[in-house]
Structures are given as C-alpha cells and as structure tokens.
Design a protein around this ligand. Sequence first.
Ligand SMILES: NC(=O)c1ccc[n+]([C@@H]2O[C@H](COP(=O)([O-])OP(=O)(O)OC[C@H]3O[C@@H](n4cnc5c(N)ncnc54)[C@H](O)[C@@H]3O)[C@@H](O)[C@H]2O)c1
Length: 266
Amino acid sequence: MSKEKRFDGQVALVTGAAGNIGLATAKRLAQDGADIVLLDIAADKLEEARDEISAFGTKVETVTCDVTDYKSVETAVASAEDKMGPIALLFNNAGYQGTFTPVQNYDPEDFTKVIQIDLIGAFHVLRAVSARMAAHRFGRIVNTSSMAGLQGPPNMVAYACAKFGIVGLTQTASKDLAPHGIRVNAIAPALMGPGFMWDRQVELQAKAGSQYFSSDPKEVSDEMIKGVPMRRLGDISEIPGVVSFLMSDDSSYMTGVTLPISGGIL
Ligand SMILES: NC(=O)c1ccc[n+]([C@@H]2O[C@H](COP(=O)([O-])OP(=O)(O)OC[C@H]3O[C@@H](n4cnc5c(N)ncnc54)[C@H](O)[C@@H]3O)[C@@H](O)[C@H]2O)c1
C-alpha cells in the first residue's frame, strides 16, 4: 500500500514556475502529492517545466500569463480550476529584480516595472486565487518576499519597496482571510547561488559603484558571504521544504509570518 502524502488530492498553483525557485518548489509539491498548475510569462520554459514535473506522476497543467494584467490572471485562474479543480495551495512567486542603481539615479520606468511585477502582480494573483479559496473555505498561500524586503540593500530601491510590500500584503491578507480558512505566509530568501541570480547580483553591485561594495564581483561575493553566520551561499534546494512546511498542517498556527531563508545576518 502506498504511503499517504502531505498534499494528496490538492491542487497547487505556482507562479514564476519556469524560474529557478518556482520550478524547484513545484517539484517538491508534486513529490508531496499535489497536482500542479505552472504559471509563468515564459511559454517555452513552461513546457520544459511541465516535462520535468510530469515525472512525479501527479497531474500537471501550464498556463501562460502576465501577472501584471489582472484580467489575464482571472482568466488563467479560472481555466486552471476548470481543468484541475479548486486551488488549495498557492506559491505566489513570480518576480523581477530590476537594475542596481543608487536611488538618485534609479530609472523611474524600471521602478514601475519592478513594482508592477513583484508587488501588483503578487496582489493580482493573491486577489484572484483567494476569492476562490474563500468560496471553498480552505487555502494555504505562500508569497515570495526577500531579505531585501526586511532590510533595504543599497542600489535596489524598487526591489526593496516591492518586497517590503509583500510583507505588508502577507500581514493584511492573513487577517482578511483567516475567517475564510486561509493562511497566508511568506518566505524571504537571500544569498542563493551559485547561478544566474547570484552572478547577476554581485556583478551589478560591483558595477553600481557604491561605498558598500568593491568594484570586483569576486570581492563583492566574499563580502556578502562574510555578512552571514553560516559563511556560505544558500542553495535553491533549501527553499522548497520551507514552502511545503508553510503550506502543511505542521505550521497550522502560523499566519502572517515572513520567514527569512538567509543563513542569518551579522
Ligand atoms: N534567487 C534569489 O536569490 C532570490 C532571493 C530572494 C527572493 N527571490 C525571489 O524569488 C522569486 C523567484 O526568483 P528566481 O530566483 O526563481 O528567479 P527567476 O528569474 O529564475 O524566476 C522568476 C520567474 O518569474 C517569471 N516572471 C517574471 N515576470 C513575470 C510576469 N509579469 N508574469 C508572470 N511571470 C513572470 C519569469 O519568467 C521567471 O520564470 C522572485 O520573486 C524573486 O524576487 C529570489
């Protein structure tokens, strides 16, 4: 007889599912028994993600959608539920980091783009999905903030504002949705690598020319890693288990919480 899994029979929607953290987490939720809806703006990468998730034997659907457009989000969520049934679990994770520039020179258009994807997009998805979860009186939502949403790093004003916004979204949504059987928490990862996000971050911090970091990306990387007690980068694989925990009954008395995944801050 096969062992019962944590999310057997539940449907999970993952946004930013074609990206590193989204795909890794979708895999974990599938391993935990959930049927998976993968949502992203990148259609080609979504199909590759679908192939990877299919290997776990649960149902999987993809939906191409730009989270900045509320009507598209509504349509995507409705079509996901038509095909898969009610969404019980939401990993609200699509994001874009923006440029690395001191605030006085930050491009207003890029500021708007970051806020539209990372904050307004996250609100759109949470709004559309939670209305349906409330009708079913059950839901587990995890939003992706960042350590940049708990402490504003230099040169990342738009990203910090968006990710601080996710903490507020999480706290208020947790209160509004608790009476409807829905818990809302967030994760705040940092120093995840090696890989594209990490390389981009240290290269752009080096180029930004601030007093806080060297102009050599290797030195920036060393400086950042020295700022955490664990003295190493976090791995993407250290995120999905935390999301699964926050969606499970092991965290049944937790809502409105943003959990750092960071190796600590000195
Ligand atoms: N990697 C890190 O070190 C790190 C640290 C802290 C927080 N985060 C956050 O984690 C989340 C995932 O990041 P990642 O590292 O997997 O990055 P990633 O770039 O690999 O994935 C982000 C995904 O979001 C999708 N996306 C972007 N704009 C979209 C839109 N308008 N509509 C729908 N999808 C859109 C992208 O196509 C991409 O697949 C983001 O919210 C990011 O800000 C990442």
